[in-house]
Design a protein around this ligand. Structure first.
Ligand code: AMP
Ligand code: TRP
Length: 323
């Protein structure tokens, strides 16, 4: 049986990129014979200096989206990172198996330094992420394409640690959905869709209304041709829409091109928008039916199991390093 771990930051509203790039895949994995840990990584989000008065609300909202997305709860633990201090303990130990240069070379480090200033949390962010993955000895990590480098770093840390102390950790693999590993902004198809608030029209949020969704797709940026063809170099906008449609309907890019070969861009945009509306509708319905009490109960029920698993790894690691 495989162990699956993934995380999401409670930094704002969950968007279609999160759902198609990561959470959708969590749902698939939760329906297989795996042991799953899905974590709201609030400690990671501190690197962005979020408003403390919004923190609990954002954590709750993120957990509610995870529950509503259809994750099979039977074999999955949804939990909050800061409730399990072993993540940070392991992170400290692992930081001794990671070079400063490696951390400085991370693309996300370079991007974030420009946005957030160069504090040490941004530099060591990937070490805490490695600890998240390794605290339950996960073999599989379903994440979007933007996390590839962080996962590579985790694998390097595992190899070095295991070389010194024996086969303590498995070598984790990244898994992505078939397509949609990196969903781009509808307005700026060169940039990935993200939670940042300066691209509201390019981002589809999980709770956007039907009208908002259709409007955002209708005004999505494409190109001056009128051929629905996947080409990520010269037709980024239309390729992004093909990606969304093919993910939601489990079709290949060629299938989508074929299906819409006689359609105009505006017809295709509406079809994609409506597919997104149908995909989000049941998620929103489940979301609206969940109470704060439901969330609190779920977190409480999962926590013992999560803490036991984390403690077991931490005891083993402490013993091998001799502390
Ligand atoms: P974050 O919102 O940065 O915590 O990301 C949570 C998960 O969503 C991670 O697995 C990311 O790789 C994934 N993700 C975030 N943005 C996108 C995007 N635009 N396309 C695909 N996956 C994404
Ligand atoms: N860095 C991830 C992101 O921004 C979130 C994350 C933190 C994560 N720890 C993780 C993802 C562990 C997978 C596994 O999206």
């Amino acid at each position: 049986m495989k162990t699956v771990f993934s995380g999401i930051q409670p930094t704002g509203k969950v968007h279609l990129g999160n759902l198609l790039g990561a959470i959708n895949n969590w749902v698939h994995l939760s329906n297989e014979e795996n042991k799953n840990y899905f974590c709201v990584v609030d400690l990671h989000s501190l690197t962005t200096h979020p408003d403390p008065s919004l923190m609990q609300e954002n954590i709750n909202e993120t957990i509610k989206v995870l529950i509503s997305s259809g994750i099979n709860q039977k074999n999955s633990n949804i939990y909050i990172q800061s409730n399990v201090p072993e993540h940070v303990q392991l992170s400290w130990i692992l930081s001794n198996f990671c070079q400063i240069g490696e951390l400085q070379r991370m693309t996300q480090f370079k991007e974030k330094v420009d946005q957030l200033g160069s504090h040490a949390g941004i530099l060591t962010y990937p070490v805490l992420m490695a600890a998240d993955i390794l605290i339950h000895k996960a073999n599989e990590v379903p994440v979007g394409d933007d996390q590839t480098q962080h996962l590579e770093l985790t694998r390097n840390i595992v190899e070095r640690f295991n070389n010194s102390y024996g086969e303590i950790f498995p070598l984790p693999e990244r898994t992505t959905g078939k397509v949609g590993a990196r969903l781009m902004s509808l307005r700026h198809p060169d940039n990935k869709m993200s939670k940042s608030k300066d691209d509201l029209n390019g981002t589809i949020y999980f709770d956007d209304s039907k009208d908002e969704i259709i409007k955002k797709f209708k005004s999505s940026v494409t190109d001056s041709e009128n051929e629905i063809k996947f080409d990520n170099e010269t037709k980024k906008g239309i390729s992004n829409l093909i990606d969304v449609y093919s993910t939601l309907h489990e079709l290949t890019h060629a299938d989508v091109e074929n299906k819409f070969k006689n359609s105009s861009y505006s017809e295709f945009k509406i079809e994609v928008g409506e597919s997104v509306v149908s995909y989000l509708e049941p998620i929103k319905e489940r979301y609206d039916s969940l109470s704060e009490g439901d969330v609190a109960t779920l977190i409480k029920d999962n926590l013992d199991d999560v803490k036991n698993s984390a403690k077991k790894t931490m005891d083993e690691v402490s013993a091998v390093v001799g502390v």
